[in-house]
Design a protein around this ligand. Structure first.
Ligand SMILES: *Cc1c(COP(=O)(O)O)cnc(C)c1O
Length: 423
């Protein structure tokens, strides 16, 4: 495929940068993107992100700004907020957090004091850095205690979580994570939070789109606070939202602004509004269910090829593979697959004997390929490419990787995505 002439002003002003954008468009067009936290946004979301809303300062909230000239911006933010509330069925939504990590930090600011105990899933077990992990500000400024999954099942042990919560009495309990292939039991977490007097934060960054589309249970009414990014399965711009019952609305809003941030990114707020509108359509329900159907079909096809999947499979969009039985380190496999046009990330697996920068696993997911229209019938081919790629990684067979890359590009050419070059 060759690149059509696009971004004329950018090409004229800064050809060097325009060439990089063009190369990225080509890369996203030609490759099979399996990073479970990534997606392809619609043309409408792309357009909203690239508007003159970029030019405005709007510190404060709709109707309560520190700047004049907010006649339109207030309506944009109100639209985004109303759509978030309607889609997720919550009393309150704040659409201003710059991204998922600052959104989570705002939750700490709203509900805890430095030095307080907070609880989350350990990063190497599938949690997120911002759930109190040591290298994060949340683990340095707060006392993080961490739960995991059982070694024999790969599943959360709620007796262990309860014991830890009752012993440590955390101010906050985070559930949700970045490498969890199974349904999150929000009701079980809520019961433990209630027993231990903690605020339950459901961080649904990865699965927000599945929740919106009815393909994963909702954390409403179980969680006190819901934190989410908008750019993963929700298929919006890079951003985040905090949602809650009315009782926590003031604390959350104050923590985001003026507690942590200055002016909101209005162009992002607009694009979030568009993404929420799209996510409220019947076609998005189909999308969310197709993401899960594809992940299940891919898991089946990988199991049939002898892959070891953490927890034995998946309920959602994500699959975590332990490559130990394949005798290839995760990083070697991930880099080889990248050369084969299949983009994944190396990842720790629970109880990983290897180091986080050179772990045993590879994490994959189906949000992006589903956005391009691939269906369950394509998953055996995807599993085959992964299998051949991992075998080629072990053998150092660059010709085999190049052959896969050509086959992948050939299939992907038939499945265009917004913003990408086509024939
Ligand atoms: C992605 C993610 C975040 C952080 O989002 P950023 O936008 O990368 O800061 C937080 N929590 C979870 C569970 C995530 O998956």
């Amino acid at each position: 495929m060759t690149l059509p002439l696009s971004h004329p002003a950018l090409s004229a002003t800064d050809p060097e940068l325009a060439a990089l954008v063009g190369a990225e468009e080509q890369l996203q067009a030609d490759t099979l993107r399996l990073i479970p936290s990534e997606n392809y946004v619609s043309q409408a979301v792309l357009e909203a992100s690239g508007t003159v809303l970029q030019n405005k300062y709007s510190e404060g909230y709709a109707g309560r700004r520190y700047y004049e000239g907010q006649q339109n911006i207030d309506q944009v933010e109100r639209l985004a907020t109303a759509r978030a509330k309607a889609l997720f069925g919550v009393d309150h939504a704040n659409v201003q957090p710059y991204s998922g990590s600052p959104a989570n930090l705002a939750v700490y600011l709203a509900f805890a004091e430095p030095g307080d105990t907070v609880m989350g899933m350990a990063l190497p077990m599938g949690g997120h850095l911002t759930h109190g992990w040591g290298v994060s500000a949340t683990g340095k400024w707060f006392r993080g205690v961490q739960y995991g999954v059982r070694q024999d099942t790969g599943l959360i042990d709620f007796d262990e979580v309860r014991d830890l919560a009752l012993k440590e009495r955390p101010k906050l309990i985070f559930c949700g994570g970045t490498a969890l292939p199974r349904t999150i039991d929000f009701a079980a977490f809520a019961e433990i939070a209630r027993e231990s007097g903690a605020v339950l934060v459901a961080d649904v960054a990865h699965i927000a789109g599945l929740i919106a589309g009815g393909a994963h249970p909702s954390p409403v009414p179980h969680a006190d606070v819901i934190s989410t990014t908008t750019h993963k399965t929700l298929r919006g711009p890079r951003g985040a939202m905090l949602m809650s019952r009315e009782e926590h609305a003031k604390a959350i809003d104050k923590a985001v602004f003026p507690g942590l941030q200055g002016g909101p990114h209005n162009q992002t707020t607009a694009a979030i509004a568009v993404a929420l509108h799209e996510a409220a359509q019947p076609s998005f329900r189909d999308y969310a269910h197709a993401v899960v159907d594809n992940a299940k079909a891919l898991a089946e096809a990988l199991l049939a090829r002898g892959f070891d999947l953490v927890s034995g499979g998946t309920d959602n969009h994500l699959i975590l593979m332990d490559l130990t039985p394949k005798d290839v380190p995760g990083k070697v496999a991930a880099k080889a697959l990248d050369r084969a046009g299949i983009v994944v990330n190396y990842n720790t697996v629970p109880y990983d004997p290897r180091k986080p920068f050179d772990p045993s696993g590879v994490r994959i997911g189906t949000p992006s390929l589903t956005s391009r229209g691939l269906a369950a019938e394509h998953m055996p081919a995807v599993a085959d490419w992964i299998d051949r790629g991992v075998t080629a990684a072990r053998a150092g067979d660059e010709d085999a990787l190049a052959a896969i890359r050509a086959e992948v590009a050939d299939l992907m050419a038939a499945f265009p995505a917004p913003g990408l070059p086509t024939d």
